[in-house]
Design a protein around this ligand. Structure first.
Ligand SMILES: Cc1cc2nc3c(=O)[nH]c(=O)nc-3n(C[C@H](O)[C@H](O)[C@H](O)COP(=O)(O)OP(=O)(O)OC[C@H]3O[C@@H](n4cnc5c(N)ncnc54)[C@H](O)[C@@H]3O)c2cc1C
Length: 425
């Protein structure tokens, strides 16, 4: 006899099955009546590209494949580490891309893209063909100098947001007053050039408020950094001697690291940390390597369309690319996502591509919740690379008064809300 509970179970099972059957787009041939574009990676580049493909060409079938159901942004992740915002502040999902823009979203890990058959191969073995693909896989880390797989549980990099962000936050909370927070900042090129220095600033804000006898040491693997004058002016104004920056030439060079003991050996000494935030050197996300899209550590692209120089019909955007003067930032990835979506729409309709496409980037950094600084640029893509248009952009001024900095901090929050709305809503 079938009781009510059993009946409900069967019903739920059959609903799930029929949904799987209806929404199954794997192992099928290409649609005959329209074009299919597959976007892999639902971060700043991929989520933007998927949404804008549907805006530019609603009739195109757009499939977004992203391994996680939730996306945690690195932007504003530093405010979570410093206890200014909760982790939910940086959490987003793909529901509106599905319901409002009719993007088909699949949460699976992609094994590779096969340029020979124009198809995406999932880790579960399914194969989905495409007319065009966009890949925005972000970054991966180079294990180096004793920082090996697993080291992130002792010395979090927190350079991919989510669990690592929370772990670094907890370690900071657990640190005693008078402790030392040591950051190893990576060599160029890496994701978000001002990111490490914004983080140090907000960690200093937390320590000044809660553990004022503590100190911060930055062991940098380079001799200068983005917005250096503005950051150092802010540190002098707000945190005085709390932050010590050591360039690679003057004491920063790391020879080896022991993440469990939280010890970093430099050319001069062994630096002991209470909290060790080790940010390793970086390279394109593993998927780019597995799909044959890399030359060296990053992906070469045709700068006008973002099509890979190595595999036809695959367009690569975001941090994984060699995009010349554009920094590896969320705003850059967003801007590149729109250009790639526009050019692909035109290519699929046999129209000439926009030439030269224009791109933009602005990076806000918070030195304290009410103290912001900015860098901005507008770019044009030419045959020999993406170039900043002279005079279109610049840095916020040195020596500005507190009300100016407070306004920039307000704009930073506005930027975050607009940018994430542009991706997910
Ligand atoms: C501390 C910090 C602060 C930052 N602050 C700013 C800021 O203020 N402003 C700014 O503009 N930028 C900022 N950034 C930089 C920004 O986070 C990156 O530039 C941006 O995320 C790059 O976007 P992306 O699409 O290339 O990669 P990501 O955003 O990393 O997206 C990649 C996506 O691909 C998915 N993926 C990868 N491989 C696979 C696979 N095999 N199968 C399925 N899915 C896969 C991943 O799950 C991920 O969701 C900051 C970064 C850091 C670390």
């Amino acid at each position: 006899m079938i009781n009510r509970r059993h009946f409900n179970k069967i019903l739920v099972g059959s609903v799930a099955l029929s949904f799987a059957a209806c929404s199954s787009i794997t192992n099928v041939s290409l649609p005959k009546d329209r074009k299919r574009v597959i976007v892999v990676g639902g971060g700043f580049g991929g989520a933007t590209a998927a949404k804008y493909l549907k805006k530019f060409s609603p009739e195109t079938e757009v499939i977004l494949i992203e391994q996680n159901k939730e996306y945690y942004t690195c932007p504003f992740g530093n405010t979570v580490i410093a206890g200014i915002n909760d982790i939910d502040y940086i959490k987003h999902d793909y529901k509106i891309l599905e319901s409002k823009y009719k993007v088909k979203v699949i949460h699976e890990k992609v094994k590779k893209l096969d340029g020979a058959t124009n198809s995406v191969i999932l880790e579960n073995g399914d194969k989905i063909p495409y007319h065009k693909a966009i890949v925005s896989p972000g970054i991966d880390f180079k294990y180096e100098k004793g920082y090996v797989k697993g080291s992130e549980q002792f010395a979090p990099h927190a350079y991919k947001a989510g669990a690592q962000t929370t772990l670094l936050r907890e370690q900071l909370e657990g640190m005693q007053d008078g402790g030392t927070y040591v950051m190893v900042a990576p060599a160029n090129p890496f994701r978000c050039p001002p990111g490490p220095y914004e983080r140090v600033s907000l960690v200093a804000h937390y320590l000044k408020t809660h553990k004022p006898n503590s100190k911060i040491i930055i062991l940098d693997q380079k001799n200068s950094f983005s917005k250096q004058g503005l950051f150092q002016e802010g540190w002098e104004n707000l945190y005085r001697d709390m932050i010590e920056w050591r360039s690679v030439e003057f004491g920063g060079k790391v020879l080896s690291v022991d993440p469990k003991r939280k010890e970093v050996t430099t050319e001069d000494e062994v630096v002991k940390a209470d909290v060790l935030n080790y940010i390793p050197a970086q390279k394109a996300g593993q998927l780019a390597f597995d799909s044959g899209l890399t030359k060296g550590d990053w992906c070469p692209i045709n700068t006008k369309t973002f099509e890979s120089k190595l595999v036809k019909n695959i367009h690569v955007i975001g941090d994984a690319t060699i995009a010349r003067s554009m920094p590896k930032s969320g705003f850059s990835a967003n801007s590149q996502g729109k250009v790639a979506a526009l050019q692909i729409t035109r290519l699929l309709k046999n129209k000439p591509v926009v030439n030269p496409p224009k791109l933009a980037n602005t990076c806000y950094s918070l030195i304290a919740p009410n103290y912001g600084i900015t860098v901005a640029a507008v770019y044009e893509a030419h045959e020999d690379g993406i170039k900043a248009i002279p005079e279109a952009g610049g840095l916020s001024p040195m020596g500005a008064d507190p009300s100016f900095r407070a306004l920039e901090a307000e704009y930073a929050v506005g930027w975050y809300q607009n940018q994430t709305a542009d991706m997910f809503r």
